[in-house]
Structure formats: structure tokens, C-alpha cells
Ligand binder design. Structure first.
Ligand SMILES: NC(=O)c1ccc[n+]([C@@H]2O[C@H](COP(=O)([O-])OP(=O)(O)OC[C@H]3O[C@@H](n4cnc5c(N)ncnc54)[C@H](OP(=O)(O)O)[C@@H]3O)[C@@H](O)[C@H]2O)c1
Length: 274
């Protein structure tokens, strides 16, 4: 049976466990690091194929594929001293640490692949950027929505930068929904409309669970690691003043549309579609 280990059980690890296990007839065996016992125990409680192990080395010893999902600032404490068999494949989800730097941390000559898994892998709807391409890693993320192997680390960094804009994007959508609901439009309709066909959004998962209330703005936090690039872009660019500026622009545009309607009777007047 396939043996997958994860060191660093937070948002991304939980999403990977869920994506690999939820409703899957023959899920892989998943070994989880014990740090933050309550957090690590939650996926293990939900999925019998996942178990919390004694320590990080125990996880590494049991795994053919070892996923590193600690925060960048924790890597220097988590990885040195870790022994990883050369027959394993190491998958790093750690943002901002290049392959050369990573190679020097745990003791291994195993193949090392950098990836950008997103929270939507839990719904098997998110494409995961990977470098370099490796058949085992490509097959793993193909099960979670697809793999996008990129040619080099320069291209990988471009995708990392794009990733850093996503929580800003979700906050932007939440601002649009808030604004629309203040204009009297049902929030769930505005939410469904502005989210459109975007893949892997939590709104779909909530809808499947029968929840029709709009996603709270705090959902941006799911796409961020504390102190990471996503948080920095959101808080420096999409701050309260920017949200207010967007709201004012929307107000201004709506006011202009209303003036136009007042001056010129709508062609479809009486159909309810003007
Ligand atoms: N969230 C995203 O959307 C996203 C997207 C792409 C890439 N990433 C990257 O993926 C990595 C994980 O992100 P995340 O959002 O899942 O972070 P997270 O929710 O903060 O989870 C990280 C986990 O690692 C644990 N940890 C810290 N030191 C450890 C150690 N020595 N041994 C074992 N576990 C340790 C932490 O425990 P404590 O809380 O007790 O410290 C925490 O449970 C980060 O490098 C991030 O840059 C995240």
C-alpha cells in the first residue's frame, strides 16, 4: 500500500489528507507528524487511513512520499537531522525555500520536488504547480485536481507570486458581495454571481452541505500562512482604504447608471429586466 507522510499538519496538510481520502475506495496510508496534537488528530479521527505518528522521524521512516508542509520560518528547526531514505520522494510545499537550500536541510539524496498545493486540493479541484516534474508526484497531485509541472525555479517563483494574490482575490469578492447586499441584493445570489465558475471554492462545498449563507471574509485566512506572502499582499494592497475606494467606485458607477435610467426610460421597461 502507498505510504504518504506529512510533516507539518496545518491547513495544507489537512486539505491533502481530505483530498486523498474523502470518499476514496482505496486511500493511501497517511502518516502525520504529531506537533499540535489536536490539529493533527482531527484528520486522523475523520479518516482511518491517516494516523498521527510518534515524531517526525517516525513519519519519515514509514513514508515512500514525504510531504513537507511546515511554515518557512519553521523549516530550519523541523528539517535538519531528519533522515530520509534515498528511495523516498520528498515533496516540499514550503513557500520561498529553493531546492538547493532545501537539499541541505534534511539528510537525503532522495528526489526533491517543490510544489504549491492550494486548500482546494481537498475538493480535488486545484491544479498544483510542481518543479521538477516527477512521475510519482505528478500522479499524486493528478488525483487532487491536476499537476502543472513548470520548467525551472524562475517559472516556479512566478507561480508563487500569483499564488500570493489569491487571498486578496477572495477578499475582493467578499467586498463585492457585501456591497451588493447593502444595495438590497440577496448576499447569496451576489456571492454565487461574483464567484462564477472559479474552481475549488468553498462556496460549492458549503452549498453541497446545504449552507447558502455567503462565505465570511475570514475565508481569506484559509489561503494564507501567518506572516507569509499572501498575508503581506492582502494587508499592504487590499487594506481597508482600498476596500473603501472600491466600494466608492461601485457606488459611483451605480449612481451613474441610475442617472442614465432616469434620463432615458429602459427599453425593457415592464419586463422586470431593465
Ligand atoms: N495555506 C496556503 O494556502 C498555502 C498555499 C501554498 C503553500 N503553502 C505553504 O505550505 C506550508 C504550510 O502552510 P499552512 O498554511 O498549512 O501552515 P499552517 O496551517 O501554519 O501549518 C503548519 C503546521 O506545521 C507545524 N509545525 C511547525 N513546526 C513543526 C515541526 N518542527 N515539526 C512538525 N510540525 C511543525 C505547525 O504547528 P504549530 O502551529 O504548533 O507551530 C502547524 O501545525 C507553508 O510553508 C506555506 O508557505 C500554504
Amino acid at each position: 500500500m502507498e505510504q504518504i507522510g506529512i510533516i507539518g499538519v496545518g491547513e495544507i496538510a489537512r486539505a491533502i489528507v481530505e483530498g486523498l481520502s474523502d470518499g476514496v475506495a482505496e486511500p493511501p496510508r497517511i502518516h502525520l507528524s504529531p506537533r499540535g496534537a489536536a490539529t493533527a488528530a482531527e484528520p486522523a479521527r475523520r479518516y482511518p487511513n491517516a494516523q498521527v505518528r510518534a515524531d517526525n522521524q517516525d513519519v519519515a521512516d514509514r513514508s515512500d512520499v514525504l510531504i513537507l508542509a511546515v511554515r518557512p520560518q519553521d523549516a530550519a528547526a523541523a528539517l535538519p537531522g531528519l533522515r530520509i531514505g534515498d528511495g523516498s520522494v520528498v515533496v516540499s510545499a514550503i513557500a520561498g525555500i529553493g531546492i538547493d537550500e532545501l537539499r541541505g536541510m534534511p539528510g537525503t539524496d532522495a528526489p526533491l520536488v517543490r510544489t504549491i498545493p492550494m486548500p482546494a486540493v481537498r475538493e480535488r479541484r486545484s491544479v498544483t504547480v510542481a518543479h521538477p516534474s516527477h512521475p510519482v508526484v505528478d500522479a499524486l497531485f493528478d488525483r487532487l485536481g491536476g499537476t502543472l509541472p513548470v520548467a525551472d525555479e524562475a517559472a516556479f517563483s512566478v507561480f508563487s507570486t500569483l499564488t500570493g494574490t489569491l487571498s486578496t482575490h477572495y477578499r475582493y469578492l467578499a467586498t463585492l458581495t457585501d456591497w451588493a447586499s447593502r444595495q438590497g441584493v440577496p448576499a447569496e445570489e451576489a456571492d454565487r454571481y461574483v464567484r462564477g465558475p472559479s474552481p475549488g471554492n468553498r462556496a460549492r462545498r458549503r452549498a453541497r452541505a446545504g449552507r447558502r449563507d455567503p462565505l465570511p471574509p475570514a475565508a481569506a485566512g484559509d489561503h494564507e500562512t501567518a506572516g507569509g506572502s499572501s498575508e503581506r499582499i492582502r494587508t499592504t494592497w487590499f487594506d481597508a482604504a482600498n476596500a473603501e475606494a472600491l466600494t466608492r467606485a461601485l457606488d459611483g458607477f451605480l449612481a451613474r447608471l441610475r442617472q442614465v435610467r432616469q434620463r432615458r426610460p429602459p427599453v425593457l421597461s415592464g419586463t422586470g429586466r431593465g
